[in-house]
Write a protein that binds this ligand. Structure first.
Ligand SMILES: [Cu+2]
Length: 180
């Protein structure tokens, strides 16, 4: 299954499962590159429309320098998805229409004064490139902020590993944390 709809776990939060090492809550096989390459903004084959469920995280080492190309598709319909990241502000270094081309579109990168945001509107049938330094350990959701698209699974999460020492490590919950 290449088109995966993100599903939040039912019994544990992602962070709790990570912090307490509870197995079977998520997997860390969110792909770093598209498993299937196609004309994302073209006339997409119906065979690519059907999603399957998954709770896939992408693991990052503490302090990783992260660049993400967020690519819209014309699956169902092109849309301007406002993609929001928890845990970080990121730099928006480029946006454009059509399919991102790594050979030519890198010339559009603004490495001088890019805006620092926590949400980026990915242009309709276009793309956006963001960068951040993964210096906040924990599990952080990235999702479309059109509320209905969250339920549809337009989301994923980063698992940022602890660094060295207490200041680079997620703290355990307080002993008096209410259990709901
Ligand atoms: Cu959306």
């Amino acid at each position: 299954m290449n088109n995966v709809s993100f599903v939040l776990p039912k019994n544990f939060s992602l962070l709790q499962a990570h912090q307490q090492g509870i197995p079977g809550v998520f997997t860390t096989d969110f792909p770093g590159t598209p498993p299937v390459k196609f004309d994302y903004t073209g006339n997409v084959s119906r065979s690519l429309f059907q999603p399957g469920p998954g709770t896939k995280l992408y693991k990052l080492k503490y302090g990783s320098r992260v660049q993400i190309v967020i690519q819209d598709t014309s699956i169902v319909t092109p849309e301007n998805h406002p993609i929001h990241l928890h845990g970080y502000d990121f730099y928006i270094i480029a946006q454009g229409f059509g399919n991102f081309d790594p050979k030519t579109d890198t010339s559009k990168f603004n490495l001088v004064d890019p805006p620092l945001r926590n949400t980026v509107g990915v242009p309709v049938n276009g793309w956006a490139v963001i960068r951040f330094v993964a210096d906040n350990p924990g599990v952080w959701l990235m999702h479309c902020h059109l509320d209905v698209h969250i339920n549809w699974g337009l989301a994923m999460a980063f698992l940022v590993e602890n660094g060295v020492g207490e200041l680079q490590t997620i703290q355990p919950p307080p002993p008096d944390l209410p259990i709901c």
